[in-house]
Ligand binder design. Structure first.
Ligand SMILES: [Zn+2]
Length: 487
C-alpha cells in the first residue's frame, strides 16, 4: 500500500487524474435530487410592503425559497409540482417577533410578592429563572420555539435571558434540523453595567455565580468592547444592551463600534428619557421599549435611522388577563387539592368564573392613564416617520395558552393602542425584517426570499384578530401546519 501511494504521489499526472476523479465522482455517482417544487394557491395575498392585495394569488416555492409570485394564470408550475390549494384564505409573510425571551417562562408575581423586593418584579421573576438548571431552560426554550412557529411566528430575535449559550444552541439545533422552530437571531448574554437594576438587592455571597449565567458587564469602554467580543465568540447574531441612568455615552459608543466592526447590530433596552438619549447619542440600531421617548428624540432617531421597537404587551389588558387566568387556575388547583366540599367548590367556581369573565373586571385593574399614554406613544411614533417594528418581550407563563398564542395576543395590543391594521402587520413582517438586517431573507412574500408563509381564513386588515387564528404555516419551504387543506 505504502509503495503504491508513493508511486501515485510521485507521478504528477497520476495525482492530477486522482484529484480530478475525486472531484468528479460525487457528481457522477450521487443521484440528482431536484428541489421540491410547490405551488400555493389562495384567494388573497397581502403584501405588507405596499398594502396591495393580489387576488387570486399563487406562490411558486422551489426548495426553501420563493421563486415566483402572481396570479395563478401567470404562473406555470413545472410538471410534478405539489399543489397546495388554500381556498379562500389570505396569504401573508411569516410573522416576526423581534424581541422575545424564549428561555424565560415566568409566573407573574403577586403585588405582595413584588412589594417585598427593592426592585420589584426583577428580583422575583428574572433571578429565579436564572437559578433554574440550564438544561431545563433550553428544553423550555425548545418548546416555546415550536409553539411560536405553530402560531405563524417564523422568525424571532431572542434578546437575552437565555443563560450563557442557550439561545445560540437552540438556534443551531433548529438550523441543523434537530429541532423544529422559527429562525432565531440570538443575542447571547445581555450587556449591563455593574450597578444595574438586575444586580441590586442580590445576595452578594451568591451574586457573581448567578450573574455570570445571564449578563456580561460593561466595565468602562474597554470592558464594553470585551463583552461584545465574548458574545462574538459565542456566535451571537446581535448585541443586546440594557441602558439605565448609569451607562455613559462613551461606554455604549464603544460597544456599538465593536459590534459594528463585527457586523452585528445593537439593540438597546431603554425605557426612560435619559437612557434613550444615551442610546441615540451612541448610535444604537434599535431602541427597545422606548416608553418615555420625547418628540425631539423621535426626530433624532428619524434622522439617524434608528428603529423604534414597540413592546406592546403592556399597552392593553394583556397582563390583567394573564394574571386573572393565573389566579383562576391556581384557585381551581387549590380547590382540587383541598378536595373542597360542594358548598366550598361552588364558591371557588364562582370566583373562577368572575376572574375569567371579560365583563367582570376588578375595580382599577386597568390604569386608564397608562393606556392613554401608550395610545399617545403609538400616535407620536407613527406621526414622526421613525422606522418602527414590534416585539413582545415575551417571557411569561400564560396558563392555558401556548407561547405562540400568548405572543400574538401581546403583539396585537399595538393595534388596540391605535396602530392601524396595516401598520400592525408591517411592524411584525417587513419592518421587523429590516430592523434585523434580514430584509433580503424574510418579511415579504417575494422571489428570492425564504419560503416563510402563513395563511389566515379571513381578511386580517378588516379583522386583525385573524392573526390569532393562523391556519397554515410554512417555514423554509416546509409545511408546519395546514388546517385549510388537510390531506
Ligand atoms: Zn426584553
Amino acid at each position: 500500500m505504502l509503495r503504491i501511494r508513493t508511486a501515485w504521489a510521485m507521478n504528477p499526472k497520476a495525482l492530477a487524474l486522482c484529484v480530478a476523479l475525486a472531484l468528479a465522482l460525487p457528481v457522477q455517482t450521487l443521484p440528482q435530487t431536484p428541489s421540491k417544487v410547490m405551488l400555493i394557491k389562495a384567494a388573497h395575498l397581502l403584501d405588507p410592503r405596499t398594502g396591495n392585495v393580489v387576488a387570486p394569488a399563487a406562490v411558486l416555492v422551489e426548495g426553501n425559497k420563493i421563486k415566483q409570485v402572481g396570479s395563478p394564470s401567470q404562473i406555470r408550475p413545472p410538471q410534478g409540482a405539489q399543489i397546495i390549494d388554500l381556498g379562500g384564505a389570505t396569504l401573508l409573510p411569516g410573522l416576526i417577533d423581534s424581541h422575545t425571551h424564549l428561555l424565560l417562562n415566568v409566573v407573574l408575581p403577586t403585588e405582595a410578592e413584588r412589594a417585598r423586593h427593592y426592585n420589584g418584579t426583577m428580583t422575583v421573576v428574572e433571578l429565579l429563572a436564572i437559578a433554574e438548571s440550564p438544561s431545563k431552560r433550553v428544553l423550555l426554550g425548545a418548546q416555546n420555539a415550536h409553539e411560536d412557529l405553530e402560531s405563524g411566528i417564523t422568525t424571532v430575535r431572542i434578546l437575552g435571558h437565555s443563560g450563557i449559550d442557550g439561545d445560540t444552541e437552540l438556534r443551531d439545533a433548529i438550523n441543523t434540523g434537530r429541532l423544529v422552530g422559527p429562525r432565531i437571531l440570538a443575542s447571547g448574554r445581555k450587556l449591563v453595567t455593574r450597578d444595574s437594576t438586575y444586580v441590586r438587592n442580590l445576595n452578594p455571597a451568591l451574586a457573581d455565580a448567578i450573574l455570570q449565567q445571564e449578563f456580561l458587564f460593561i466595565d468602562g469602554a474597554e470592558g464594553g468592547r470585551q463583552a461584545v467580543r465574548q458574545n462574538v465568540f459565542q456566535n451571537a447574531d446581535v448585541i443586546k444592551v440594557t441602558a439605565e441612568e448609569n451607562l455613559t455615552v462613551p461606554e455604549l459608543a464603544a460597544v456599538v463600534e465593536e459590534a459594528h466592526r463585527n457586523h452585528l447590530k445593537v439593540a438597546v433596552h431603554a425605557a426612560f428619557k435619559a437612557p434613550i438619549q444615551t442610546a441615540i447619542d451612541a448610535g444604537a440600531d434599535s431602541i427597545e421599549h422606548g416608553n418615555e421617548v420625547t418628540d425631539e428624540q423621535l426626530r433624532q432617531m428619524h434622522d439617524k435611522g434608528i428603529f423604534f421597537d414597540f413592546t406592546p404587551a403592556s399597552y392593553g389588558d394583556f397582563f390583567d388577563r394573564m394574571f386573572e387566568e393565573t389566579l383562576a387556575q391556581s384557585l381551581a388547583m387549590r380547590a382540587d387539592r383541598l378536595q373542597a366540599d360542594e358548598a366550598s367548590r361552588k364558591r371557588y367556581d364562582d370566583l373562577i368564573h368572575r376572574l375569567r369573565s371579560p365583563e367582570v373586571k376588578f375595580e382599577g385593574a386597568f390604569d386608564e392613564h397608562d393606556r392613554q399614554q401608550y395610545r399617545d406613544l403609538v400616535q407620536r411614533v407613527l406621526k414622526s416617520g421613525v422606522k418602527f417594528a414590534a416585539g413582545t418581550d415575551m417571557c411569561w407563563f400564560y396558563p392555558g395558552k401556548t407561547c405562540g398564542q400568548a405572543t400574538v395576543i401581546a403583539l396585537l395590543n399595538l393595534h388596540s393602542a391605535g396602530a392601524p391594521a396595516l401598520d400592525m402587520v408591517r411592524a411584525i413582517t417587513v419592518n421587523a425584517a429590516e430592523m434585523l438586517g434580514w430584509q433580503d431573507r424574510v418579511g415579504a412574500i417575494a422571489p428570492g426570499k425564504f419560503a416563510d408563509i402563513v395563511a389566515v381564513s379571513g381578511d386580517p386588515i378588516a379583522d386583525i384578530t385573524e392573526l390569532e387564528r393562523v391556519r397554515f404555516v410554512m417555514k423554509d419551504g416546509q409545511v408546519i401546519r395546514n388546517d385549510l387543506s388537510p390531506r
